[in-house]
Design a protein. Structure first.
Length: 477
């Protein structure tokens, strides 16, 4: 744990134990700095984290106080975290799409409670302002820029993206940034640029089902590597896989992995990049949730430690600002030319209006203010979800507690079949993402991914309670 996390944890323990009660004043920044021997900035970071978790709040010119209405999990023993995965050692052909389409196709009804959705609540995003930026951007548009926006994409938008990399401490040349139709196109183009049919690609276990679908489409084989629900992929297991198989690429999510929510520590990311550099294996880094961190600072991507151009960093605005605008990008390193040519040969270019809207929005400022509000909302919603799971899910349930994003990975008792649970919940108007879709060999049959990112969903707690009841009934047989 970092220093601010240790201090935040100490204050949280005082609140959970009742030593600090609702309404009590938390030690001032100056007092905490003096007594704990830490800097004022460290204390502020700790208090920002506690504030995001709903445990304390600031009063103007008065200091920080324990919240009057504490999260439901305060003082309650949370479920244990899931166990690290233990995938098979060999490579696997992928045939997962039929099951994925079955699950996703049944979850499009807007009347469903979207616990199985891949997106956060649409009410969390500034659609009205984005619409004004779209109108403003298109009024200013030089028609010739439509031609100039062919890959690598709109220059002003790429400048804004490069600036955000720099502000977060990652040096990225604007020339390697290519605008794509969402992150999924970026990820697929990267995969296609560095593999051929029959090649082997390393993925986490469990992994994002769209990664498996991409491997299936390109006739690639998957090697699933053990992954910890808190710290990400097991580097010793990855090193063993690299030694055993002729791996051509790794598709990984080092920050807030889908579905686990795991976050690789900074030093572990550095070691990951160094390991892959020794083997000269490209890393396709899926980082669509990086902006949704609950800590004060954004965790650096693996790209920040890349000195050889082997990391292709893919992200988008779909999960953090503009769902439906389909604006993503890749900082493709040494593979930028290959990815850019593939983009031209497949979808030609990203839509000009969407690029104009996003570049105008970023130029006007306010993006970070929006992100702070979004993160606070998601952190509070996670507390709600964890409280319901602790109270209403069967004994033996394990659940992740991510430091960002909007997914929980729930490991149920082994007798619970996640597909059966999904179908029973669906009949009651609730969608789920069963664990079988997150593995090439459809393991994780007693796990589900829960989306808690819908704060305006009135039936959220009721639906999650129902899922817990159904799981309890299945656990009893």
């Amino acid at each position: 744990m970092k220093r601010y996390e240790r201090h935040a944890d100490a204050i949280a323990q005082l609140i959970h134990s009742g030593a600090l009660r609702p309404g009590d004043r938390v030690p001032s920044v100056r007092e905490a700095s003096r007594t704990r021997g830490i800097s004022p900035s460290t204390v502020f970071e700790a208090y920002y984290l506690l504030e995001a978790q709903g445990l304390i709040h600031a009063r103007p010119r008065s200091g920080y106080y324990v919240s009057t209405h504490l999260p439901a999990t305060a003082g309650q023993q949370p479920p244990a975290e899931p166990l690290p995965s233990q995938p098979a050692a060999g490579s696997t052909g992928v045939a997962i799409s039929d099951l994925v389409f079955e699950v996703l196709g049944s979850a499009r009804d807007r009347d469903l409670v979207p616990l199985g959705s891949a997106f956060p609540g649409l009410e969390l995003f500034p659609f009205e302002r984005l619409a004004r930026c779209l109108s403003s951007g298109m009024r200013k548009l030089d028609p010739w820029s439509i031609v100039q926006s062919l890959p690598p994409g709109d220059e002003r938008l790429r400048q804004q993206i490069a600036l955000r990399y720099g502000l977060h401490g990652t040096a990225v040349d604007m020339g390697e940034i290519i605008i794509t139709n969402g992150a999924m196109e970026a990820l697929n183009l990267c995969l296609e640029a560095v593999t051929r049919p029959g090649d082997i690609v390393v993925v986490e276990s469990p992994t994002f089902y769209a990664a498996l679908q991409a491997l299936e489409r390109l006739n690639l084989k998957a090697v699933e590597v053990a992954t910890h629900p808190r710290e990400g992929i097991d580097l010793a297991a990855l090193a063993e896989a690299l030694a055993r198989h002729p791996v051509k690429a790794c598709w990984l999510m080092p920050s807030f992995q889908n579905p686990l929510g795991s976050l690789m520590p900074e030093e572990k990311k550095r070691a990951l990049v160094a390991l892959l550099a020794r083997h000269q294996v490209p890393l396709i880094e899926d980082d669509v949730y990086g902006e949704l961190h609950f800590a004060p600072e954004r965790p650096p991507p693996a790209k920040a430690f890349d000195t050889e151009g082997l990391v292709m960093h893919c992200s988008s605005f779909s999960k953090c600002l503009a769902p439906g605008y389909r604006v993503g990008w890749v900082a493709a390193g040494r593979f930028a030319t290959a990815v850019q040519r593939l983009k031209l040969m497949t979808t030609l270019a990203a839509a000009t209006p969407s690029q104009q809207a996003l570049s105008e929005y970023l130029a006007q400022g306010g993006y970070d203010r929006h992100l702070r509000q979004l993160r606070r909302s998601l952190a509070r919603q996670q507390e709600r979800a964890l409280a319901v799971i602790a109270r209403h899910f069967p004994a033996g349930t394990r659940v992740s507690r991510p430091e960002g994003g909007y997914f929980l990975w729930v490991e149920l008792p082994p007798s619970v079949d996640a597909l059966t649970l999904h179908r029973q919940a669906l009949a009651l108007g609730i969608s789920l993402a069963p664990g079988q879709i997150f593995s090439a060999d459809q393991r994780f049959a007693h796990c589900v991914r829960i989306n808690y990112g819908h704060p305006a969903q009135e039936r959220f707690e009721e639906a999650l309670t129902t899922v817990g009841r159904l799981a309890g009934e299945l656990a009893l047989g």
